[in-house]
Design a protein around this ligand. Structure first.
Ligand code: COA
Length: 427
């Protein structure tokens, strides 16, 4: 393998919490040198959130910050600003996900950065793009709600639901990573940096695009693949929540297997794909449905999906989800067991591919993480533990910026790299 894909790319990582760190972690996995700038004394707030091992960085932090180096800098201290300016000159990309305006308030405006380093790409995650909400702070579930996911998730007779997959934070981080490598590619032609902006609302809406598709289909009649069509319930003027109905043209549902509902994950997703309808009928013991005009065609089946899936569930309930999967796979019937996080953590094939990895950490010991889910055939991918707060401060000041020992001592003595003394006790 020819080293790492992004070898030679240096990232000034001003990210925190989840969205930005997801992006820079991906770039680090691909070999970029990611220098995470953290506030002295505190660092990324997630280091101390949802703590499970006292005194150690949380899993929230460690699982989002692999392969990075950490430097602590007070970005509002004059000497801190000086260090940041030097870093800007040495890096290819600055990534940030501060609240709107925070970067400018630090003095790091686009003009300032561009003047110091015209090749620098400045990539940002914000909650919203330009418009009425552009100044709002945004977290995951807010993005899910404002990006069209929550209004289309859940059951018709229940409230909107947020999903467990972090489509607002991690989803937008993924979008941003693509924007960055695209801008890096364009820079090979133009020699110029540019701004890259991903709004979380936009990222979620992009992932919910099939629901905007359905919004427009509503004008031309009911959405026949939604269960409510078969149940005779009229559609309103907005894409409704569709429970576990499949989002494509092939009807699908989550069905109970042996052990449900006591085992909360003894379920399987089952798709009644038209080309294998005959095989489905044989497997469940309804061979007559293959030729019965009431069931033989996809169109005839649409109003009867509840009846059909109830019959299929009678069969799936006689099998464990894994037995059902094995039988259905023989006939190419699309299905998938509902896997718990416990089952995924123990899955040996995911360990083999590096999608689930065990990482050792000096203060917390061994833990599991999701590795790089994007596999390149000619690029080495390794998962290294997240840095301790400020672990690489000296190394970055000397090796990256070329500061001499005396200069480093001066900067340190100025207080730009350490937490301010707690003054309130003296007061
Ligand atoms: N040195 C000195 N000050 C620092 C610093 C450093 N190294 N790093 C951060 N700060 C300061 C910022 O300058 C800011 O100060 P200001 O308000 O005086 O300008 C302050 O810390 C707080 O930053 P902010 O980004 O506002 O953090 P927050 O905790 O108040 O808000 C979010 C968190 C996530 C809501 C907000 O950052 C946000 O909306 N980000 C964009 C959307 C996003 O990514 N959301 C998802 C996060 S997973």
């Amino acid at each position: 393998m020819d080293g790492k894909a992004l070898q030679g790319v240096r990232i000034l990582d001003f990210t925190h919490v989840q969205s930005g760190p997801t992006c820079t972690q991906l770039l680090a996995w691909f070999g970029a040198d990611v220098i995470k700038v953290e506030r002295p004394g505190v660092g990324d707030i997630t280091r101390g959130q949802l703590v499970d091992v006292k005194g150690a960085d949380s899993l929230y932090f460690t699982m989002l910050n692999h392969n990075k180096r950490s430097i602590t800098i007070d970005s509002k201290h004059p000497q801190g600003k000086r260090v940041l300016d030097e870093l800007i000159k040495k890096c290819d990309v600055l990534v940030e996900n501060f609240a709107p305006g925070a970067l400018d308030r630090m003095g790091l405006t686009w003009e300032h950065i561009h003047k110091l380093n015209p090749r620098m790409i400045v990539a940002s995650v914000k909650g919203f793009g330009p418009g009425p909400y552009e100044d709002c702070k945004v977290y995951e579930n807010v993005a899910q709600c404002t990006g069209g996911s929550a209004s289309t998730t859940g059951f018709r007779d229940g409230p909107p639901l947020v999903t467990g997959a972090q489509i607002g934070d991690s989803g937008t981080g993924l979008h941003l990573a693509l924007g960055i490598v695209t801008a890096l590619y364009q820079r090979t032609r133009t020699g110029r940096g540019q701004k890259v902006l991903c709004a979380m609302q936009d990222g979620v809406l992009n992932l919910a695009r099939v629901k905007l598709r359905d919004q427009q289909r509503l004008k031309h009649g009911p959405l026949t693949e939604y269960s409510q069509y078969g149940e005779g319930i009229p559609f309103g003027d907005a894409t409704p929540r569709a429970g576990n109905d499949s989002g494509g043209g092939q009807p699908g549902r989550i069905l109970k297997c042996k052990g449900a509902p006591e085992d909360p994950n003894a379920y399987i997703y089952f798709i009644t794909q038209a080309p294998v309808w005959g095989e489905i009928c044989d497997v469940i013991g309804e061979p007559g449905w293959k030729t019965d005009p009431e069931f033989a065609t996809p169109k005839a089946r649409l109003p009867k999906l509840n009846q059909i899936f109830a019959r299929i569930e009678e069969w799936t309930m006689t099998k464990t989800k894994f037995e059902a999967m094995e039988i259905l796979n023989k006939f190419d019937i699309p299905c998938g067991p509902i896997l718990s996080m416990k089952e995924l953590a123990e899955d040996q094939s995911l360990r083999k591919t590096g999608t689930v990895v065990e990482v050792d950490h000096p203060t917390r010991g061994k833990y599991l993480s999701v590795g790089n889910p994007i596999k390149l055939s000619d690029s080495i991918s390794e998962v290294k533990r997240s840095p301790l707060l400020g672990e690489h401060t000296d190394e970055i000041l000397s090796d990256v910026l070329g500061f001499k020992a005396a200069e480093i001592a001066d900067i340190k003595n100025s207080g730009a790299l350490s937490a301010p003394e707690k003054k309130e006790k003296a007061a």
